[in-house]
Design a protein around this ligand. Structure first.
Ligand SMILES: C[S@@+](CC[C@H](N)C(=O)[O-])C[C@H]1O[C@@H](n2cnc3c(N)ncnc32)[C@H](O)[C@@H]1O
Length: 227
């Protein structure tokens, strides 16, 4: 993979974030595009593979651990966790992404759902050890992001953890730097998180931000009242 790889991500006709049809179109080439972007060390997927490795480490996979993968996509990350004994539930609004995920995760619970509406009613009673949201939350506006994270925190077990990985920086200044560095590639329709902003939304929760590249990182969020 190199800078010669042609990114196949569809361009939405409007200035709205990409819808399920856009992701349906992208699903067959999505993994290849991600790998090419990571190989070039550029926005948006710079350090993607390192991030996946770190997420697997942070989950501490074990037999029967309950994982919810929000925006599961082709299921690459969850497959690694399933192979280590975890029980996977995945959400995604794209039929074709879910079809790809099904190939890797034949026994997982996969739910077609638009997470801009929060979490689906079918999992109301469930509590998870880890909830993952890998390169997916940027499709929501600020208030939808805040609502989704609030709901996710309610669906964690008391010792559970939310892991958000994405184009994300600690501060607005760092995000501006990344945007200037990759102005030719930057997707204005996407709404990337700033770790400092999420901290302000949930002052009671416990946060850790790990930077993986000039434009990407992992934010770990744990509920208040635990160490
Ligand atoms: C960039 S991909 C990331 C996929 C996967 N988590 C990964 O790390 O490769 C974003 C995924 O989120 C899904 N998605 C985006 N917006 C969504 C929404 N509002 N509701 C449900 N799924 C959504 C897309 O269909 C896609 O599979």
């Amino acid at each position: 993979m190199s800078i010669n790889h042609k990114n196949t991500k569809p361009k939405p006709a409007s200035s709205k974030p990409m819808d399920a049809n856009g992701f349906d179109q992208w699903s067959a080439n999505y993994n290849a595009d991600v790998q090419a972007s990571d190989a070039d060390k550029r926005y948006p997927f710079a350090a993607y593979n390192k991030i996946l490795d770190r997420l697997v480490e942070l989950v501490q996979p074990a037999l029967g651990k309950a994982i919810l993968d929000v925006g599961i996509g082709t299921g690459k990350l969850s497959r690694r966790l399933a192979d280590l004994g975890c029980q996977i539930t995945g959400l995604d609004f794209s039929d074709s992404m879910l079809a790809e995920a099904r190939k890797l995760l034949p026994t997982a619970i996969l739910i077609q759902w638009d997470f801009s509406r929060g979490l689906p009613p079918g999992i109301e009673e469930h509590r998870y050890d880890t909830i993952l949201c890998n390169y997916a939350i940027h499709h929501l506006c600020d208030h939808e992001q805040q609502e989704l994270i609030a709901q996710i925190l309610m669906h964690l077990k008391s010792e559970g953890c939310l892991l958000i990985a994405d184009v994300m920086t600690e501060t607005a200044q760092e995000m501006d730097y990344a945007k200037k560095a990759d102005a030719d590639l930057w997707d204005e329709e996407e709404n990337y998180l700033l770790a400092e902003k999420v901290r302000q939304w949930f002052p009671e929760s416990l946060f850790e931000f790990e930077r993986f590249s000039y434009c990407s990182g992992i934010l770990s969020v744990k509920k208040a009242g635990r160490k």
